[in-house]
Design a protein around this ligand. Structure first.
Ligand code: SF4
Length: 606
């Protein structure tokens, strides 16, 4: 029996999140399978985290696995289902098992698909053992979605999570994650959460707090340090509420006495005083993420959270005084919050200077969460597909939601969702390469040079094509090549570089192509510019790099619930100068009868 496990990354043109795609859940299953003598492997990291749809598919077809297991989250579930669909068509003998928080018995979006064989609901390790034991038969154990009658999925009922974590092997100590770690280790020291936030699924699948043994945790941290890992991110849902926190911090401080490891995690701050903050500092903590979500009491009651302003501020100050940065998160679209309430929450944090980093996220109605199950009661309307963004509440329209993000940007004087710069267009990354030699760019200087995008190498999921003016005007020669590529690799993020002196008419065929191929990345209507981010057209000249305005943004964006969000075409300009030079403003004005908005663009820093 041959098993391959994988977790597809959060995608971006600069591959930033690929570097952090650590398939922890898949790794637990790999170790369990190997201990049972099963030939199980993780998909090689360069393909899993950077590969195009076809590159991944080809590897799987060559390997001929009997079972493929895929971890599904809201950022990768559609791509995972697309991969499952293609694999099922070409290798029907392969059993496809999906797991992760997207796999729930009431996720209507998921249940429409028939391209997988088994869904694992909740914590996977116990069910996985049962699956391996009964393979190729499908067990009737609880914790599974199985094909039922009349093409419906049949849920076999919840399997309670295991009570002890003691005998779950460590994927990190076993070495299975070695090639997936690039300086950062994600570590669980507990599972389960003491809180019951209404927008969260985690506590529902893992309500009781259970801890991994200290001996194992300290071995993992020591090994990370010895192997040159620079940062450990604790995945524990509320770090300060874990049992025996003092003992854990003392042990971490002993191992990390030279503070070579940077530690970060997530917690509430109300329970952190100066003594605890100092201990965290000694252990090596450099950052703590704090979910404040809203400062309005009624809203917080609706989502089962609390907020004590004085203790919150004391906790933040204690951490900051101990040299630990505080990252505060707020959510827009919670039941009970109007636009003015969201702005008030932002202003409260800013006025009290109670943050080092501040983020605002749109609410997602994630599968099986209380808010999703009670959406009707609260009058919440959300996208029927990932990322399940709320588009209307009784107190907020989609347009007001966008205004909340504008308020963030005006208050913080920064772009909340900056567009990434493709590495092929980034002169400071001259020697950029991807693991496994994956191809991520091609130059088409002459019409006769137009050919396959891959040059024989497997391609990455984000790709840049540089086209000369001569080639651009020979539409017939390149259009079909790009179209074929996008057909086969529907989850591609494509950027096209064109000469700076083209006219907008020259770009029409590119925009036609863009219109035909949408991507889940284009759904975040709260982005205050460049709503269509999966297909971008750039030019470079005189030290500037700019994104041409997308004509799709000349029309309001129509959301699944029928609301229209106003848009305007934006030309984003990256420049090292403080202002955009006048030659460029003239350059754009000459080309557009009604010029687009021209905005300075500061791509995210790695
Ligand atoms: S959001 Fe975090 S603190 Fe709240 S229930 Fe979920 S895991 Fe716990």
């Amino acid at each position: 029996m041959k098993v391959i496990l994988l977790q597809l990354p959060l995608q971006g043109h600069d591959f930033f999140f690929s570097h952090e795609n650590i398939p922890l859940a898949a790794a637990y299953l790999q170790v369990i399978a190997s201990h049972r003598g099963v030939d199980a492997e993780l998909l090689p990291n360069h393909l899993m985290s950077y590969g195009s749809d076809q590159a991944i598919l080809q590897f799987l077809l060559d390997a001929q696995p009997d079972l493929v297991g895929i971890s599904c989250y809201e950022w990768n579930v559609e791509r995972s289902l697309s991969l499952a669909n293609q694999l099922k068509a070409l290798l029907p003998s392969c059993t496809i098992v999906l797991g992760g928080p997207e796999i729930t018995p009431d996720n209507d979006f998921l249940l429409r698909y028939r391209d997988f064989d088994i869904g694992v609901v909740g914590e996977g390790e116990e069910v996985w053992k049962i699956l391996l034991q009964s393979f190729p038969d499908r067990p009737q154990s609880p914790g599974l979605l199985l094909p039922g009658k009349n093409g419906q999925w049949h849920f076999t009922g919840y399997l309670p999570p295991r009570t002890s974590l003691d005998d779950i092997p460590s994927p990190f100590l076993s070495g299975v994650l070695n090639s997936h770690l690039k300086g950062v280790l994600w570590l669980e020291t507990v599972r389960g959460c003491v809180y019951r936030c209404a927008y969260c699924y985690y506590h529902k699948q893992s309500p009781r707090l259970r801890t991994f043994p200290f001996e194992r945790i300290f071995k993992e941290v020591k090994r990370a340090k010895d192997r040159g890992i620079e940062e450990i991110v604790f995945l524990d849902p509320c770090f300060s509420r874990r049992p025996r926190l003092d003992d854990l911090l003392d042990g971490l401080a002993d191992i990390n006495h030279d503070r070579r490891l940077r530690l970060s995690g997530e917690s509430n701050v109300e329970s952190i005083d100066s003594r605890m903050a100092e201990k965290m500092n000694r252990a090596g903590f450099s950052q703590l993420e704090v979910g404040l979500q809203s400062v309005k009491r009624k809203t917080l009651r609706n989502i089962h959270r609390s907020f004590q302003p004085r203790r919150f501020l004391e906790g933040v100050r204690s951490l900051q005084n101990a040299g630990i940065e505080v990252r505060v998160d707020l959510i827009a679209g919670l039941p009970g919050d109007r636009l003015s309430d969201i702005c008030r929450s932002l202003d409260w944090v800013l006025d009290h200077d109670a943050y080092d980093t501040l983020m605002l996220y749109p609410l997602s109605l994630l599968p099986s969460t209380e808010l999703r199950q009670q959406a009707e009661k609260w009058g919440l309307v959300a996208m029927p597909h990932p990322p399940y963004l709320v588009t209307r509440t009784p107190d907020l329209t989609a347009a007001e939601m966008v205004q909340a993000f504008h308020h963030y940007e005006e208050s913080m004087e920064e772009d909340i969702a900056p567009l990434e710069k493709p590495p092929a267009l980034n002169p400071s990354l001259k020697a950029f390469s991807l693991p496994g030699g994956l191809s991520f760019s091609v130059d088409w200087h002459h019409p006769e040079g137009i050919g396959s995008l891959s040059h024989g190498n497997p391609t990455a999921y984000a790709f840049t094509v540089s086209i000369s003016k001569e080639v651009l005007r020979e539409t017939k020669r390149w259009f079909q090549v790009l179209q074929d590529y996008l057909e086969k690799n529907p989850f591609t993020l494509l950027s096209v570089e064109v000469p700076p002196d083209i006219s907008p008419e020259d770009l029409q065929p590119l925009w036609q192509l863009a219109e035909k191929y949408s991507h889940p990345m284009d759904r975040d209507y709260t982005v205050t510019h460049s709503l269509f981010r999966s297909f971008l057209v750039f030019s470079r000249s005189q030290g500037l790099l700019w994104k041409w305005p997308d004509p799709r943004e000349s029309f309001p964006l129509v959301l699944p619930d029928g609301q229209e969000v106003p848009c305007r075409p934006v030309c984003l300009v990256a420049t090292s100068e403080k202002t955009i030079p006048s030659w460029f403003l003239d350059h754009i004005r000459q080309r557009y009868p009604s010029p687009p908005e021209i905005k300075r663009w500061e791509p995210p820093e790695d």
